[in-house]
Design a protein around this ligand. Structure first.
Ligand code: 9WN
Length: 435
């Protein structure tokens, strides 16, 4: 169902159009002047609500950055004309690909988006939709295989992140213990630009940035070779949000493999999905009512209370008591708060309602959870999150990057692409799953 005509729908479309840079969409003007990986996947689902051709184009442009080994980097620097407003740019990354890119990746929402874009296109012309999808399916499958080869070489079923930026939740308290082991020394000075655009109190600390850049320099030194990075990484987290997204992507790819008659791809995907499903289920902690990541350097559970603990609902069919316990916990965190689910548990020492991934609400996280809640037969709480997301945008925050759950204030960058995309998809469909 297309979104109804209202002034917010018009504004959301206008934001996507204004952030368009010749077929890809910047997350927001100046603060993020390039193409970001998971942002583009969410944006493609937003475009699919009103312009499927443009939705495909978003994904095609992201694939221009795909490396020979299959990785799709977290930033593609198509056009360097606005480069002075962002740090770190290509010179810091020191990668070598035909288009300048970063050297790390981001959550693989791409295949999930491809499914939504394909299905929107197929409603009009199935043959044309399949023809345009096929090369993107192949790119997504290659990336899926990269994840398993490069980030789960021991075949545990959980994929690991080697840099907090790969999570998309950069300064989450989930990384505090692991990141504290990373030195703050860097070869070249750190020259932050983000705090020229957004108040420092809403962004990561300088110490976080020093460690982020230390990791970049360490991996650049390893020649961006996945095996060498794995061997030398001082930060290595088998991470549940990314793994859950990878599993959902694997399910969507398996459906494409069946549709396209790719029997051997389908068999590979079924085996990978089954291994990951079992590994993810084993990360449930009944005492916490959440799933937990594992720190592969120390071997310990990452038990910081962050939203990531709920994201496996996206890709698992949970036993009813587990789903109920999880929903009750999410309801407790969001009680009396605005915008949906806060990214950390309110009232705890880690809770900072304005500081980026340490408390604020993000529309795209709500969106992933809403999909998972429908899958697991919790439509009432899904609707509550959906209504809260739409309401905070319409009443207090506008299309901000993220929201303060105490005040409903919009924080970070303005006219933000993925917030606009989330709005279009959540406003447009009753189930709120972009389909
Ligand atoms: C680093 C673009 C990206 C999002 C991430 C978000 C933020 C970048 C930054 O912005 O990260 O990748 O410089 O802060 O954390 O989720 O993809 O919107």
């Amino acid at each position: 169902m297309p979104p109804p005509d209202n002034k917010f729908v018009a504004k959301a479309k206008a934001i996507l159009e204004a952030n368009d840079r010749n077929g890809y969409t910047v997350p927001t003007h100046r603060l993020y002047p390039f193409q970001w990986n998971w942002d583009s996947a969410f944006v493609a689902m937003g475009f699919a609500q009103f312009d499927v051709d443009r939705a495909f184009r978003e994904l095609e442009r992201l694939v221009e950055g795909q490396w020979a080994d299959g990785m799709i980097p977290h930033i593609v620097f198509h056009d360097l004309s606005g480069a002075d407003s962002y740090y770190p740019g290509p010179a810091v990354w020191g990668t070598s690909h035909t288009v300048a890119t970063s050297g790390i990746t981001q959550p693989p929402v791409f295949a999930i988006a491809l499914r939504a874009v394909h299905d929107a296109a197929a409603a009009v012309d199935p043959a044309a939709a399949n023809a345009r999808t096929l090369p993107l399916y192949e790119a997504a499958l290659k990336w899926q295989r990269w994840w398993y080869a490069a980030r789960d070489p021991e075949n545990t079923g959980l994929v690991a992140l080697l840099h907090p930026w790969e999570s998309g939740s950069d300064n989450s308290p989930a990384w505090d213990i692991a990141l504290a082991r990373v030195p703050t020394t860097t070869i070249k000075p750190v020259v932050r630009k983000d705090t020229n655009h957004v108040a420092a109190a809403m962004r990561p600390h300088d110490q976080d940035y020093a460690r982020f850049i230390h990791l970049v320099e360490t991996y650049a030194d390893a020649g961006w070779d996945p095996a060498q990075q794995w061997a030398t990484a001082p930060f290595k987290i088998a991470e549940i949000q990314t793994t859950a997204i990878l599993l959902k992507a694997g399910e969507d790819l398996a459906r494409f493999a069946a549709d396209f008659g790719r029997a051997s791809d389908a068999a590979d995907l079924a085996a990978l999905n089954a291994r990951t499903r079992a590994a993810l289920l084993a990360q449930w902690r009944p005492a916490l009512n959440r799933f937990v990541s594992r720190d592969l350097v120390s071997g310990a559970d990452v038990d910081a209370s962050t939203h990531a603990g709920f994201v496996p609902v996206l890709a698992l069919d949970l036993d009813a008591p587990v789903a109920r316990a999880m929903v009750a916990e999410m309801a407790r965190w969001s009680a009396g708060k605005l915008g949906g689910l806060p990214t950390t548990e309110p009232g705890t020492p880690i809770w900072e309602p304005k500081r980026y991934w340490r408390g604020p609400v993000w529309a795209v996280i709500n969106w992933l959870l809403i999909n998972g809640l429908h899958r697991n037969a919790h439509p009432a709480f899904a609707d509550q999150l959906r209504e809260a997301t739409l309401a905070v945008i319409e009443t207090t925050a506008g299309f901000a990057e993220y929201f303060d759950p105490d005040t409903g204030e919009g924080c970070g960058g303005g006219d933000f692409s993925w917030t606009a995309a989330a709005y279009l998809c959540l406003r447009g469909v009753d189930r709120g799953d972009g389909s």
